[in-house]
Every structure is written in C-alpha cells, then in structure tokens.
Design a binder for this molecule. Structure first.
Ligand code: UD1
Ligand code: PEP
Length: 427
C-alpha cells in the first residue's frame, strides 16, 4: 500500500482551487440512473469512492466515463438491480443506489454497505423511509431485496436528520405517485445540490436546506448537465492545515457560506479569515488559542468530518480544549496516532480533552479512516521531523491527490508507491 512521507515544519503558503465535493457527487452519480437520457456531470473529483460508484454503475449495465473532471452516465442499458457484495462493501455510499434503483427498476438487491470504521452506521432510517413509500423489504442471509410495484408519496418523519436517508428518500420519491413530505430532513449543502440536480432532470423538489423537503412525483426524468459544488470538507481541511502550520493560504472555488461553523471556531482560536465571493483567505501568526468546547452536530453545526483535523490545531493551541463527537461513536481513532506524535489528549466517552503542547514530532503513523488520515497529514505538516503515514488508501477516498494539493502550497510531502509483490509462480 502507498505511503505519504512528510518533512514538517514549513508554513503553507499560496493559492489553491477546491475540487468538487465527494459527498455531493456520490448521490448525484446514483441519481443519474433516474434519467431517461445521458447525464453529463462537471467538477467530479478523481477519488477512489467515485471510481467504485462508476464501477457499480457499469456493472448494472450503464455506460459511465470519467475524463478529467467530467463524468458522463448513460443508463439506457440498465439490465440488473443486483449490486455485488464486494462492491457494496467498498464504501458506505453504495447504499445511495437503493432509492434510485427502486424508483427506476422497481426492485433492488443489496448487501450491507461498507465504508470507514467510524461507528455502527445502521441503515434503518433509509429502509423505513422507503417502506413508507411502499417498498417491501426481505432479508435472506446477507442479501436484502427491496421491491415496490408502485411507489406512493407519503409523509415521512426522520427520527434523526440522516444525510444518506434524506438523499435516498428524495431519490425514490421523485418518481413516486403523488406528494412526499419529509420532515426532520438533513440540511447539508450536499442535499441542496442533490435537489438542484434532480430538478434539472425535471423533478419537482423544494425545501432542501430546511428541515422539510417536499417532493411532487413526476412520470419521468430527462438527461441533463450539472456542475457539482466544491468540497467544503476539503476546503476546511486546507484552512485548518494553513492555521496549524502558521501559514497564509488562499482558497478559490470555496464557498464560505458552507463553512460558517468552522470559520467561527478558527476566529475564536485567533486565526485571521477573510472571505469574498468564492474566495477564502486564511492567515495565522503565532500560536492559536484553545477553544473551550467544540461539538459536532448535523449541519449547520460543526461537521463531524472536520473534527479530527480541527483536533490537530487544538493540540498545538495554548490552553485546554474540549471536543465532543455526537455523530459517530468511533471517530476518535486519530487520538492514539496523534498521541504517538506528542499530543496530550484524553478521551472520556464521546469527549476528548485536548491539552495544547508546544510541538508535535514526526513518526510513523497509520490512517485509520478518511478524516483521521487527513488529520495525520496536517499533524505531519506541522510537526518537527519526518512523518510517515501508512494505509493512505483511506485518504484517497476523499482527497483528490492530497500530496499534490499540499505540494502546491509549498509543503514537503511525497507519496511512496507500494512495490508490487512478485508473482513467484510466474517469475
Ligand atoms: C457520502 C456522505 O454524504 N457521507 C456523509 C454522510 O454520511 P451518512 O449519510 O452515512 O451519515 P448519516 O447522517 O446518515 O449518519 C449520522 C448518524 O445517524 C446514524 N444513522 C444513519 C442512518 C440510519 O439509517 N440509521 C442511523 O442510525 C449513523 O449511524 C450516524 O450515527 O453524513 C455524515 C454526517 O454528516 C458524514 O460524516 C459523511 O461524510
Ligand atoms: C465518513 C465519510 O464518508 P462516507 O460517508 O463516504 O464514509 C467522510 O466523508 O468523512
């Protein structure tokens, strides 16, 4: 497996453009099968998860190409609704195909989705939502079959504003008979992006971005072109990295309105941030201040996907910070790795008490999941001495060429490609 080697201690500086959002692109790719014509998507990042989604779509009979940042999907050859277990298990987002396949094909055969080990990540809210639209679900061993001769709009209330369940229900309801009203829906920007894409195909969805989404079913959807929003988590990761290395970085194609909670916390830590139309400037002089309490919660509160990265900054801050994780029960795995680099963090159930230290020291660490891996990259960039990060395939799920991104900002970081194993039998 590839590794990253970082020689830390250099402030980041320069300008970088933010790539398209993984968490917006993945449901949009799944939704593309709803169209009767071809869909052309722009600003689609080159990520492992995107390639897995395209492989699944090809396996279902779609034509799918990814050229630069443009993806074209033509689902006219759709011939099966069975997603192989090995592909289902490669990422959580495989579950996004459930709603669209059910709507288009009237049945879907799936397995439990995989993804980073950050918590139990049940799919009960997805299933209950689809059942409310008329789907019948049957489980035989690992295989789950979901069928609906006809989907019928309904009033659905989510017990928790799950991002994925909100998206799956939206994608199924667009072709249902009548009106669906989804309450306590998730409000993330990626949900607004999905609504905009669905409407571009001819759907009638309104309310995304608020906690109530209304979907008027239509008979069919057409092919279209669409541009995916920039990745707010990648932007946030770069902002935190700029602050942790005490650098000065300008982000372009970055929507500050999607990052209000992070900007607020960084300013409390003493980081200077200026924003204007699609541009975010981050400048940090000297040691940041501790932040007494950071709590992850559904949007617009502070995102769980930036919790581990922010913890690196707090580790280097003056004072004691407390971070509470309320979304995923297993999202403190970076703590052990950061401790090996000299961090002083104590975990007490869902809270981490972070005592600021003067320095982190480079060593060999392991990316345990996507954002934990990103946090280790930031730690390596800020640390004294070399850091080696192993198991970086997790990072490649969500950052398009992370080493190139940071090299452009002046960092000393390189990828060491894994040496392919010799096949002794064939010489
Ligand atoms: C591809 C994508 O967009 N991924 C994001 C999405 O994941 P994802 O859509 O999986 O996240 P959810 O909002 O669904 O999950 C949040 C919480 O709800 C629980 N839950 C969820 C569904 C369900 O049926 N039952 C249930 O109990 C989960 O275990 C978790 O504790 O939102 C998360 C929360 O912002 C982000 O960290 C992920 O990056
Ligand atoms: C947890 C994440 O993604 P996923 O839902 O795709 O596992 C993430 O992007 O941090």
């Amino acid at each position: 497996m590839d590794k990253l080697v970082i020689e830390g201690g250099k402030p980041l500086s320069g300008t970088i453009r933010i790539h398209g959002a993984k968490n917006a692109a993945l449901p949009i790719l799944a939704a593309a099968i709803l169209a009767d014509g071809a869909v052309e998507l722009h600003n689609v990042p080159q990520l492992l998860d995107i390639e897995v989604m395209l492989d699944i779509l090809r396996g279902l009979g779609c034509r799918a190409s990814h050229d630069g940042y443009t993806v074209v999907i033509d689902s006219s050859g759709l011939r099966t609704s069975h997603i192989p277990e090995d592909l289902m298990r490669q990422m959580r987002s495989s579950i996004f195909l459930m709603g669209p396949l059910l709507a288009k094909y009237r049945e879907v055969h799936i397995y439990q989705p995989g993804g980073c080990a950050i918590g139990e990540r049940k799919i009960d809210l997805h299933l209950r939502g689809l059942q409310a639209l008329g789907a019948k679900i049957e489980q035989k061993g690992n295989l789950m079959t979901c069928r609906a001769d006809q989907l019928v709009g309904s009033a659905i209330h989510l017990d928790f504003p799950s991002v994925g369940a909100t998206e799956n229900i939206m994608m199924a309801a667009v072709l249902a008979e009548g009106k669906t009203v989804l309450s306590n829906a998730a409000r993330e920007p990626e949900i607004v992006d999905l609504q905009n894409f669905l409407n571009r195909m001819g759907a009638k969805v309104s309310g995304a971005g608020s906690d109530t989404i209304t979907i008027e079913g239509v008979n069919n959807l057409r092919g279209t072109q669409y541009e995916v929003i920039p990745d707010r988590i990648v932007a946030g990761t770069l902002m935190i990295a700029a602050a942790a290395t005490r650098g000065a970085v300008t982000l372009t194609n970055a929507y500050s309105e999607h990052l209000v909670s992070l900007i607020h916390i960084l300013r409390r830590a003493g980081v200077q941030i200026a924003t204007s139309n699609g541009i975010i400037n981050v400048t940090s002089f000297g040691r940041p201040r501790a932040v007494d309490r950071v709590v992850t919660s559904p949007y617009p509160a502070f995102p769980t996907d930036l919790q581990s990265q922010l913890m690196v900054l707090l580790t280097l801050s003056d004072g004691v910070s407390v971070v509470k994780e309320t979304i995923f029960e297993g999202r403190f795995k970076h703590v052990d790795e950061l401790s090996r680099m000299g961090a002083d963090i104590r975990v007490d159930l869902s809270s981490a008490i972070v005592r600021g230290v003067n320095k982190l020291y480079g060593t060999t660490v392991e990316a345990t999941d996507l954002r934990a891996g990103a946090a280790l990259v930031i730690a390596g960039l800020a640390a004294e001495g070399p850091t080696v990060i192993e198991r970086i395939h997790h990072i490649d799920r969500g950052y398009d060429g992370i080493e190139n991104m940071f090299t452009r900002l002046g960092a000393r970081i390189k990828r060491i490609a894994a040496v392919p194993k010799l096949d002794m039998a064939n010489g």
